[in-house]
Design a protein around this ligand. Structure first.
Ligand SMILES: [Zn+2]
Ligand SMILES: [Zn+2]
Length: 248
């Protein structure tokens, strides 16, 4: 293979959200999630990202999004106020209470609970009983549901719909959002030299490792798993990407 270099500017996954091929939640056929993010080819290349006090400044955040099926009439509009209603992916449920018995003894005993649930047609329970791990008292608590973005399931990040372009490779999955994402992945994987051409500038308070939204400041290649970047898997990954071309 001839020598090739991939120069990566700041290009986090969310920059690829112009259009994402996903499975329709009604008929399971192909549909698209579309946002107001311009295609990567029309975006300005970002060489510097500024982070301060946990906030980072970079353009291209989507504000409107919808899903349109190519086969049936299914259409979903994104509404920030009720984003969980249109979320189809994994959900994390959390509940918390303070134990009243321990409270009477003069100290606050917190009882946290956490579980991952898959949203189905059935309604999710609203309340649960937690037991204090100090004194075993049972306490009523409310479940709070939020999308589980860190679940390792290939979905779009807006509606949590299963990606259309995904393929298993051994025990792993290769997936892409769209054609542009596929081309960048391909160029990155087949490059013999990979160069990062952007810098992250911190304003003194930015501890990158501790940022909750760390994923947001990682460029797409930095979120790729090690097996995918390994030289030994290069041809298999490229083959999988080639196969995915007809699915985006
Ligand atoms: Zn459909
Ligand atoms: Zn207690």
């Amino acid at each position: 293979m001839e020598d090739s270099t991939y120069n990566e500017t700041f290009l986090p996954l969310r920059f690829f959200l112009n259009q994402v091929a996903v499975h329709c939640p009604s008929c399971n056929k192909k549909g698209y999630v579309k946002t107001d993010i311009p295609p990567v080819a029309e975006q300005e290349k970002i060489f510097e990202v500024f982070v301060d006090c946990g906030t980072y400044y970079s353009p291209y955040r989507w504000s409107t999004a919808c899903f349109l099926c190519c086969s049936c009439s299914k259409r979903i509009e994104f509404d920030k106020a009720s984003s969980l209603k249109t979320w189809h992916g994994p959900i994390i449920a959390t509940a918390e209470a303070s134990c009243p018995a321990c409270m009477a003894l003069g100290y606050k005993q917190r009882i946290p609970a956490k579980k991952t649930v898959i949203k189905k047609a059935i309604t999710l329970p609203t309340s649960t009983k937690l037991s204090c791990n100090k004194c075993n008292t049972k306490v009523d608590a409310e479940w709070k549901y939020t999308p589980n973005y860190s679940a390792m399931v290939p979905t779009d990040p807006i509606f949590g719909l299963a990606l259309f372009a995904q393929q298993t490779l051994g025990k792993h999955i290769v997936w892409v959002y769209n054609c542009e994402h596929l081309n960048h992945m391909k160029a990155y994987i087949q490059a013999t030299q990979r160069k990062t051409s952007f810098t992250i500038l911190t304003g003194g308070h930015g501890d990158l490792q501790r940022l909750d939204s760390r994923h947001d400041i990682l460029s797409f290649s930095q979120t790729l798993p090690t097996w995918m970047k390994a030289k030994s898997n290069r041809s298999a990954v490229l083959k999988a990407l080639e196969d995915l071309k007809q699915k985006v």
